[in-house]
Design a binder for this molecule. Structure first.
Ligand SMILES: Nc1nc2c(c(=O)[nH]1)N[C@H]1C(S)=C(S)[C@@H](COP(=O)(O)O)O[C@H]1N2
Ligand SMILES: [Mo]
Length: 217
């Protein structure tokens, strides 16, 4: 594990243990035609906070996003620079591996496909790695990152994201478990070779599809 990963909190230790035990697995394999709730999930109406136990305070003024790696035009976005990009609205459901789901979240932000066009991602790029202000990391394939409903979100329900939910900017990749949606986003790196992140190194599945219960590896 990287030296700069944060110490594991009590919740992180529990979640690592659940990964070993296979907690919340139902063993269901396919998505029933009309199902909106993935197997083993239950609905919540509030929005739980899950992270490594520390909330980095990143104001809009100091926030920077480095977009680097296999791109023709590496860029560093300020918050204003991100707001100057074309804006999209999206509505999606959240599915957390700890078994809660929340329907109909309204997001505002910049689509991942626009970001990829803006920096001109090279053909050799296959994976995307994320680094956050709290030291958290995660990884996606380029196809999952480029999903049409994925975005860099700065607002939820028409208000700026709160600090605990990842302000000023987080990723939202709604078709995967929510650990694949990094908060307090600091760096996006396009690479040829995959590199597991914080939870992927602690027993979570490398992809995290809720519909086939890709909870753990
Ligand atoms: N930077 C960062 N992003 C993160 C995490 C984290 O600890 N740090 N936790 C992940 C996990 S495990 C989940 S379930 C969601 C929780 O997001 P929420 O607190 O907004 O519900 O954020 C994900 N993104
Ligand atoms: Mo999570």
């Amino acid at each position: 594990m990287a030296d700069d990963t944060p110490d594991d909190s009590k919740l992180t230790k529990s979640k690592s243990r659940w990964a070993e035990l296979g907690k919340f697995l139902t063993g269901q394999r396919s998505r029933p035609e009309d199902a909106r709730l993935p197997p083993g999930q239950h609905l919540v109406t509030s929005w739980p906070v899950l992270d490594l136990g520390q909330t980095p305070n990143v104001s809009q003024d100091v926030w920077r996003l480095d977009i680097v790696g296999l791109v023709d035009d590496p860029q560093t976005w300020t918050f204003q620079g991100m707001m100057d990009q074309p804006q999209v609205k999206a509505v999606s459901d959240i599915h957390c591996v700890t078994s809660w789901s929340r329907y109909d979240n309204h997001w505002d932000g910049v689509s991942t496909t626009h970001l990829m066009e803006a920096v001109r991602v090279k053909e050799t790029a296959r994976h995307v790695l994320f680094t956050c202000n709290d030291g958290y990391t995660t990884n996606l394939t380029i196809e999952d990152f480029a999903s049409p409903d994925a975005l860099l979100a700065h607002s939820w329900e028409d208000a700026p994201l709160t600090a605990e939910h990842g302000a000023p900017v987080r990723l939202v990749v709604p078709h995967l478990y929510f650990w694949k949606s990094p908060k307090w986003l600091r760096k996006i790196e396009f690479v040829a070779k995959d590199h597991p992140g914080f939870w992927e190194l602690r027993g979570y599945h490398n992809r995290g599809d809720p519909w086939t219960e890709q909870r753990y590896s």
